[in-house]
Ligand binder design. Structure first.
Ligand SMILES: C[S@@+](CC[C@H](N)C(=O)[O-])C[C@H]1O[C@@H](n2cnc3c(N)ncnc32)[C@H](O)[C@@H]1O
Length: 281
């Protein structure tokens, strides 16, 4: 009896089709598509094709992924192409700096406006923006009249759906310092759910970092954009960094990963590994 993958091999993308999909994902989202993802991408594209009906697969491919690519179809493929790996309290020095240096500094500088905007730009399944939000809540809880919130964005709809649901494995949540864990409640034998009050502090949106412009009316005070620039080529990284720079207030903070660096001649001022600021002048 033929295995399901052998049966499927008829519908697997040809070399040319696979290279075309890889080139489109690279161009539109900066995401590299390795060969080992060919089968999962092929299965997803077949599912999209079957939902549309009508044309043959090759005709569908030529129409939707040819000269005028259909962004809705490409968006369906991102979840299979992107790496959403993350966990609570990843690279903790950044969170400690955020709570002990960044928030107090912003509180002093913006005490008249009493309004702080924090953007987590590669939120994946939500652990990082939730942590930022909880630290911000804790910090401002006894300082009345502040408006704070965390905007969490990612390109992956499935990662965002996971994040919005607000449920993570208990083992993962237990990585957080104990004072932050009280914002979770039990949700089944091995899962924990973010309590409604804390969940209300977060806004989840889909946003492509490779898009020409970011749709914000007001500037950000802090941007976390960790462990995503490594997937982009040099030109894409520079363009993304320039756009992030442009949406930060002067002196605003940028966090990237410890394993990512920004050149010394960049528009940002270096603070410590993975931490930069928009120059004030
Ligand atoms: C490895 S995760 C990083 C998660 C988290 N920032 C961390 O450091 O743990 C990378 C995330 O970047 C997202 N991503 C990749 N390309 C993107 C793009 N063009 N625009 C927005 N998000 C993107 C992926 O969907 C994925 O969720």
């Amino acid at each position: 009896m033929a295995s399901s993958s052998a049966q499927f091999s008829q519908g697997e993308l040809s070399d040319t089709q696979f290279r075309r999909v890889a080139a489109l994902l690279q161009e539109q989202f900066g995401i590299e598509l390795p060969e080992h993802k060919r089968l999962s991408i092929s299965i997803r594209l077949q599912a999209v094709y079957q939902a549309t009906g009508g044309l043959s697969f090759d005709a569908f491919f030529a129409e939707r992924l040819g000269q005028w690519p259909d962004m809705a179809v490409l968006s369906e493929l991102i979840d299979k192409a992107s790496t959403n790996h993350t966990y609570f309290w990843r690279e903790p020095e950044h969170f400690k700096l955020f709570a002990t240096v960044v928030l107090p500094e912003l509180e002093r500088r913006f005490r008249m406006e009493r309004d702080l905007r924090i953007w987590c730009a590669a939120a994946a399944t939500g652990e990082e923006p939730v942590t930022l939000s909880l630290l911000t809540m804790e910090y401002f809880q006894c300082k009345g009249g502040w408006r704070t919130g965390v905007l969490a964005t990612d390109i992956s709809a499935s990662a965002l759906a996971h994040a919005r649901a607000g449920v993570w494995e208990s083992q993962n949540v237990l990585r957080l310092p104990v004072e932050l864990r009280r914002h979770f409640e039990s949700s089944g034998p091995s899962q924990m759910k973010l309590r409604a009050k804390a969940a209300a502090e977060l806004t989840w949106r889909r946003l492509n970092l490779v898009a020409r412009a970011y749709p914000f009316r007001q500037k950000m005070h802090v941007v976390f954009c960790r462990n995503v620039l490594i997937y982009f080529d040099k030109d894409t990284t520079e363009a993304v960094l320039q756009r992030i720079h442009d949406v930060l207030v002067p002196g605003g903070w940028l966090f990237i990963s410890h394993s990512e660096t920004i050149g010394r001649d960049s528009v940002f001022e270096y603070v410590q590994p993975g931490v930069y600021r928009r120059r004030t002048a």
